[in-house]
Design a protein around this ligand. Structure first.
Ligand SMILES: C[S@@+](CC[C@H](N)C(=O)[O-])C[C@H]1O[C@@H](n2cnc3c(N)ncnc32)[C@H](O)[C@@H]1O
Length: 279
């Protein structure tokens, strides 16, 4: 894995600008919103959010067709389990794990899962340090969360826990590639987050984040940059689809087999001819 200096410095800027918000305010925001999170998202996105997440979940499901029954899926920063619930509805045979930094979001997700008779193995943890051994999962998903994370650190963890050849499915609101889209979009986003927070009586901390959501997108990656970053992190076969040049965008990438093959070869028993010459 070789990360170019451009991405390292972009991450550095994001950490300096938003590190404090991520550590101090974001946990309070997601403690506050579980009951109105889904409705709030639908309002803030003028109804596109549920359609886009449904499309993403269907694409993930279609890409998982070759996997055996009981394939292991991990949803990182799972919130109220939107993606796990959609995947289980399409394929109840999956073994689904979920992690999130907010116990309140997980509790709401678990309540819905129980209501629908689904099992989701959930735990509270930081997305930058996943409590699973290397190569544990066939598929890892993350939706609407990487804007709030140190992307290189979090995606490296995802790479580590994926099995060789496993799929990484990423969905988020990215920075639009087109300035003509970006400028009005961020004005709209600021206004809609403000209205949503007032409408649902958000906490003081959540109200202090109103400007953050648009700023975080302005400092985030465009769809093309996200593709380049995924390749630099070692993923292959990166495919993407975006709405309005990145207001919503998903990427499906694969963990390379190559690095692991290289390691296997390095530690494998010598082949018979080599053994003969070694005697
Ligand atoms: C916008 S919500 C998205 C939830 C869910 N993935 C969805 O699509 O509905 C962002 C989630 O990221 C979680 N989160 C933010 N920073 C995190 C971190 N460092 N580690 C784990 N979870 C984090 C929040 O608790 C929240 O549940």
């Amino acid at each position: 894995m070789v990360i170019s200096s451009e991405f390292v410095s972009r991450e550095d800027i994001r950490n300096r600008k938003f590190g404090e918000v991520w550590h101090t305010l974001i946990p309070y925001v997601f403690k506050d919103v579980p009951e109105y999170y889904d409705v709030g998202n639908a309002v803030a996105s003028l109804g596109t959010y549920p359609l886009w997440t449904r499309t993403f979940a269907r694409v993930v499901h279609a890409r998982m067709n070759d996997l055996p029954r009981g394939a292991k899926v991990l949803d990182v920063a799972s919130g109220t389990h939107d993606i796990p619930l959609r995947l289980l509805a399409m394929n109840p045979g999956l073994e689904v794990h979920a992690v999130d930094g907010s116990s309140a979001m997980i509790a709401e997700g678990q309540r819905i899962a129980k209501e629908r008779n689904f099992t989701i193995h959930a735990q509270v943890c930081d997305a930058h340090s996943l409590p699973f051994p290397d190569a544990s999962f066939d598929v890892v998903t993350i939706q609407f969360a990487s804007r709030h994370l140190e992307v290189i650190r979090a995606f490296s963890e995802i790479y580590r826990v994926l099995k060789p050849g496993g799929l990484f499915c990423h969905n988020d609101m990215l920075r639009p590639s087109s300035r003509i889209i970006e400028v009005p979009y961020l004005i709209f986003l600021r206004a809609s987050v403000w209205c949503t927070s007032r409408l649902f009586g958000a906490s003081k901390e959540a109200r202090r984040c109103v400007g953050y959501f648009a700023d975080a997108i302005h400092n985030f990656y465009t769809p093309e940059e996200m593709t380049a970053l995924l390749y630099e992190l070692g993923f292959t076969n990166v495919a993407k689809r975006s709405l309005l040049t990145g207001t919503m965008c998903y990427h499906i990438a694969q963990k390379s087999m190559k690095a692991d093959r290289y390691l296997l070869e390095l530690f494998a028993d010598p082949v018979p001819e080599e053994r003969a010459t070694m005697r």
